[in-house]
Write a protein that binds this ligand. Structure first.
Ligand code: BV8
Length: 228
């Protein structure tokens, strides 16, 4: 049986060459911030202005960058691949969509989405949010948070993702350090279910030993080569 079902997991490394900072590199996004000060529900309750500042800066940056050849190759694969294909991204940027990927899940949420804690509505939010932001649905002020999955919060669409990982014949991990769970555990599940596993990363990740094959180099070069 040929390889017909593919799951692809991407992390910050796939967007690095578009100009978006990764998390754990020397110029990492966390630079100047401790993760627990900007990326947890407690941080938001303790200092919502700081958390909004962190995400507003990233949302502004997003408006100035473009998808790179890695995003574009993955979008071509999505359009052309006749079998099952699911692109699971840990990234909260919209570069996969802008490149044309359709069969896509943002397991850690999206920078361009807001979530109102007063009425539970989720909505598109492109510009600066800020702490006093007013919900477009219920008009409540100061109860809008980024629609982002923080540490200690349940990632989105986990059942759909785990089903796809169990069913896939090929699991490909691109541009992630393998530092964050549950995403870092998907490769083990794929292996347990008999999939072939490939890692594409600038350097071997924490979980490299779990992959049948590991290719090191920039995603904008290696991903188009793999897709072709
Ligand atoms: C949950 C929000 C439970 C969005 C993020 C102890 C052990 C195990 C687990 C835990 C533990 N203690 C706590 C946990 C759980 C915790 C966790 O995993 N902690 C870690 C730190 C140990 N996980 C959670 O809390 C998750 N939730 O477990 O919920 C639960 C259960 C039931 C009910 C309720 C709850 C939630 C995790 C999500 C957290 N949110 N971000 C944002 O702000 O952006 S995580 C953050 O890290 C980003 O989302 C990012 O995507 C993610 C992973 O980072 P990477 O994408 O891998 O980026 P990184 O910089 O690390 O690496 C980049 C890689 O690219 C590098 O390897 C580099 O070499 C490479 N690269 C660079 N340039 C290139 C390149 N590759 C190719 N080409 C290039 N040019």
């Amino acid at each position: 049986m040929g390889i017909c079902n593919i799951v692809i997991l991407t992390g910050a490394g796939v967007s690095a060459e578009s100009g978006l900072a990764t998390f754990r590199g020397p110029d990492g996004l966390w630079e100047g911030h401790r993760v627990e000060d900007v990326c947890t529900p407690e941080a938001y309750l303790r200092d919502p202005a700081l958390v909004h500042q962190f995400y507003d800066a990233r949302r502004r940056k997003l408006g100035t960058v473009q998808p790179n050849p890695a995003h574009e190759a993955l979008a071509r694969l999505d359009i052309e691949w006749p079998g099952e294909l699911l692109l699971v991204t840990q990234n909260v940027d919209d570069l996969h969509e802008r490149a044309g990927s359709k069969r896509l899940v943002h397991m850690h949420g999206e920078l361009v989405k807001g979530w109102c804690l007063a009425c539970d509505e989720r909505f598109e939010w492109a510009g600066v949010m800020g702490q006093a932001a007013r919900c477009p649905a219920c008009a409540t002020e100061g109860q809008v948070r980024p629609d982002i999955v923080w540490f200690g919060e349940m990632p989105y669409e986990m059942e759909r993702i785990e089903e796809a990982v169990r069913q896939c014949d090929l699991f490909v991990s691109i541009g992630t350090s393998g530092a964050v769970y549950p995403a870092a555990g998907f490769v083990q599940t794929a292996r347990d279910c008999g999939a072939t596993t490939l890692e594409v990363n600038l350097e071997p990740s924490l979980g490299s030993y779990l992959f049948d094959e590991s290719r090191t180099g920039p995603a904008s070069v290696l991903v188009p080569q793999w897709v072709e």
